[in-house]
Write a protein of this length. Structure first.
Length: 325
């Protein structure tokens, strides 16, 4: 089978490429290296079944060729990271909405099945946890740029569901909760790589707000397994699935855990949101998925516990010291 991964040099895309190659698939990746990195796929570049195009998914002629040549598409290319989104809202909106439009239009032209990576951000600031796929969304005003991310990914979901309903295109939506693992960079805000790097450098661990906000962290390999299963399961077509972990932890507790696991002497500092992001920034207080649908349809169960995830991330940064500097 020939598989196209948009965002294939990204954190999740590169792990997906690796797993699909191990399964014997021929993997085509397209990545404009905006947040993806060549070093993420360096170890795959000489694999005879791995192909990479360094190009934006907005280039329709390149995408037309790739989509026509591949059997299925994993659409992962998107603007990622709250810090990046707050700083570059125009790019976020364009990249997410126009990019998905290109992918779905071409998938429909060649009748290719598409899995769309969406995000738990679509639930917004609802506190009605655990979030079920059909729950209401609670969003802030358009004057707060964070909400553009949630809205842009929701448009992607609407469009994918519309293509399925109206044109019978096979689409599946995977709503990802906080995903972590080796190769994720802290550059765009993600808390675990940031705190681990700070701890290893001996710098203060920066906890934003009062540290009482709750997140659940999923290991990237659990997400990759779920993505492949969603793609392979006919009953998943035309549906939305939460993929994550449902064991919550506060960010303050997370910082303590990282300090202990790294043996770091760093202090933990609390930074107000307006200083970390921008004036009036709104965070999600709590984010926990209801995983019962994914369990029922694809037998999904996150296997990796937070401590194991942290050990893997710490080992990664210890072995790639240059990324920690
Ligand atoms: N966060 C933090 N310190 C950091 C980076 C992030 O306390 O250096 C917080 C952030 O404000 C949020 C949580 O950690 O409440 C998770 O942030 P991340 O950007 O990883 O993902 P999000 O859940 O916001 O999409």
């Amino acid at each position: 089978m020939k598989v196209l991964i948009t965002g294939g040099a990204g954190f999740i895309g590169s792990h997906l490429a690796e797993t699909l190659l191990k399964k014997g698939e021929e993997v085509y990746c397209i990545d404009d290296l905006s947040t993806g990195r060549l070093q993420n796929v360096q170890h795959l570049r000489h694999h005879p079944q791995f192909h990479l195009a360094v190009e934006t998914i907005l280039n329709e002629s390149v995408m037309d060729r790739l989509v026509s040549e591949c059997d299925v598409i994993y659409h992962l290319a998107a603007a990622v990271g709250v810090e990046l989104i707050v700083k570059s809202p125009v790019e976020t909106i364009q990249r997410n909405i126009l990019g998905t439009d290109v992918v779905l239009r071409l998938a429909n032209r060649y009748l290719r099945k598409v899995l769309i990576a969406s995000t738990s951000e679509v639930y917004g600031k609802s506190e009605a946890v655990p979030f079920g796929e059909d729950d209401d969304r609670v969003l802030g005003p358009t004057t707060k740029s964070r909400w553009s991310y949630s809205s842009s990914k929701a448009i992607d979901e609407f469009l994918a569901l519309a293509y399925h309903k109206e044109k019978n295109l096979e689409t599946v939506i995977m709503r990802l909760f906080n995903t972590v693992g080796p190769r994720q960079t802290g550059r765009y805000g993600m808390v675990i790589p940031r705190l681990v790097q700070q701890a290893l450098r001996g710098d203060p661990l920066t906890v934003y707000g009062d540290g009482g906000q709750v997140r659940c962290f999923t290991f990237v390999e659990d997400v990759v397994d779920a993505a492949i299963r969603l793609m392979e399961t006919p009953a998943a077509v035309g549906q939305v699935f939460n993929i994550g972990n449902n064991q919550g932890i506060t960010i303050a507790e997370l910082a303590e855990k990282i300090k202990a696991l790294t043996g770091s002497q760093s202090e933990i500092v609390y930074i107000p949101y307006e200083q970390a992001y921008e004036e009036g920034f709104e965070d999600m207080r709590i984010r926990i998925p209801d995983l019962s649908k994914a369990k029922r349809v694809i037998g999904y169960e996150p296997k990796t516990k937070l401590d194991q995830i942290l050990v893997r991330v710490i080992d990664h940064f210890r072995n790639h010291e240059q990324e920690t500097r």
